[in-house]
Write a protein that binds this ligand. Structure first.
Ligand code: G1P
Length: 287
């Protein structure tokens, strides 16, 4: 199975001040940190190795997936076997590596920093603040699309997309399709104005990319908002006829801003044991 790169180096400006000293990926949705949903999705799809691209002050993300002997012996002593099992399971979920992005130069740059850690033909990029709830999972859907495309997509990339409204176009990387094609991409543009493209296919947080995308990344200059954009490297693949979209089927939650974070909490609490109590609270406060 291909490894996954999870860029988590960003400041999380949309989540400040909450993310000033806690990585935004460690903020809790329902009873677990956002990043745990992403790593669990990877593990469930069979990913064996993840590479966090992190920065100063983000070590709590790795710690979350590491052993914690003191806590484990405390839980043993207090006879809390279920909690102990849950805590131990986190450290055996997946093999975790990390690499530092020393300067915040953009998503493309962050992914590029992981180049030396990838030797496989392809790798996933998973954005650490986007949670998906779907069956099959988002990652599995990418793999399924690749399988259906067969030999044609052997050396290509597949990006997860969703259709967005005109008002949302400028928040996303947008994929334009080749004429007459259902999934073959002709062009990718980072956060265009709605009037600059007729496409509404927005790139969401799951990518399956060929290893040689790193060669495209190193050639990139600064793009949209002065950053090295992953979307510009995807555009280079599209120009070579080596990029396809996979329309995501399921629930996607962007926990990276206040409203999305609230929605993700409501969504997962309404699926938890507390659902009736949460429903009552929501009713109470909607009066
Ligand atoms: C990033 C990507 C963008 C993509 C989006 C998905 O933007 O640059 O292409 O559509 O994630 O959420 P960001 O949300 O980090 O500004």
């Amino acid at each position: 199975m291909f490894p996954a790169v999870i860029p988590v180096a960003g400041w999380g400006t949309r989540s400040l001040p909450a993310s000033k000293s806690i990585p935004k990926e460690m903020l809790c949705v329902c009873n677990k940190p956002v990043i745990q949903y992403v790593v669990e999705e990877a593990a469930q799809a069979g990913v064996k190795r993840i590479i966090f691209v992190n920065s100063k002050g983000k070590s709590s993300i790795e710690d979350h997936f590491d052993r914690h002997p003191e806590l484990e012996s405390f839980l043993k002593k207090k006879s809390k076997p279920d909690l102990l099992k849950e805590i131990q399971a986190l450290s055996t979920l997946i093999e975790v590596h990390s690499v530092r992005q020393k300067e915040a130069l953009g998503l493309g740059h962050a992914v590029g920093v992981a180049a030396s850690m990838i030797s496989e033909s392809h790798f996933f990029v998973l954005l650490g603040d986007e949670i998906t709830d779907a069956s099959p999972s988002g990652i599995q859907q990418l793999l399924n699309t690749r399988k259906v495309l067969g030999a044609e997509a052997e050396s290509a990339g597949v990006v997860m997309v969703t259709k967005v409204s005109d008002a949302e176009v400028s928040k996303y990387g947008i994929c334009e399709l080749q004429a007459g094609e259902k999934s073959k991409v002709s062009r990718c543009i980072e956060k265009p104005k709605a009037s600059d493209t007729s496409s509404r296919w927005a790139i969401t947080g799951r990518y399956l990319l060929p290893r040689d995308v790193f060669e495209r990344i190193v050639k990139l200059g600064k793009g949209s908002i002065g950053e090295i954009q992953l979307t510009d490297a995807l555009d280079a693949l599209a120009k070579e006829g080596r990029l396809y979209i996979c329309e995501f089927v399921g629930k996607r939650l962007d926990a990276g801003d206040a409203l999305g974070f609230l929605e993700a909490n409501i969504y997962f609490y309404l699926k938890s044991d507390l659902k009736d109590k949460v429903k009552n609270l929501l009713k109470e406060y909607s009066k």
